[in-house]
Design a protein around this ligand. Structure first.
Ligand SMILES: [Zn+2]
Ligand SMILES: [Zn+2]
Length: 156
């Protein structure tokens, strides 16, 4: 039986710990800051909705029986970008998350707007997530290629 090398990411929320299959690390780490070993990214767990920082060391290489569900078109890696909602704060964050390809963005936003994040802005206060209407949402599809941003979103 053929097997496929892929990556698990385990949710860092200790009450959750859900293992999430991720696409090619190159896609996850592309454009993130930091050197190769410590390239950091923010990831929102699709189960408990906690947003936490991760780096390459959190990715665990595993052999799977099924091929990459991202390449197979069943899962999508999304990146969501927004600025802190506090006045005069210029901190911008980009959060990665995953979803089944057949779940609509409108439905996803119903979950994503409940994201819980304890992240610090450059000036030291807690990052405040803005309303979804100003989020920039992108599908991270393949290397060196991405769709034009879909946001700012209007939900009419
Ligand atoms: Zn979780
Ligand atoms: Zn801020």
């Amino acid at each position: 039986m053929p097997d496929y090398v892929g990556n698990w990411l385990e949710c860092r929320n200790r009450n959750c710990g859900f293992p999430i299959r991720l696409p090619d690390p190159e896609l996850v780490l592309k454009g993130r800051r930091g050197d190769k070993d410590r390239a950091a990214f923010l990831f929102a767990c699709p189960v408990c909705l906690h947003v936490n920082p991760y780096n390459q060391n959190h990715l665990r290489e595993v052999r799977f029986r099924s091929r990459d569900p991202y390449q197979a078109g069943r899962l999508v890696l999304y990146s969501v970008r927004f600025g802190c909602a506090r006045p005069r704060c210029s901190t911008e964050l980009s959060v990665l998350t995953v979803a089944a390809v057949n779940v609509s963005l409108a439905m996803l936003l119903g979950f994503w707007e409940r994201w819980k994040a304890k992240l610090k802005c450059t000036s030291g206060h807690t990052f405040r997530i803005p309303v979804p209407e100003v989020w920039w949402i992108q599908e991270e599809k393949s290397l060196g290629f991405s769709d034009p941003p879909k946001g700012p979103l209007s939900r009419k």
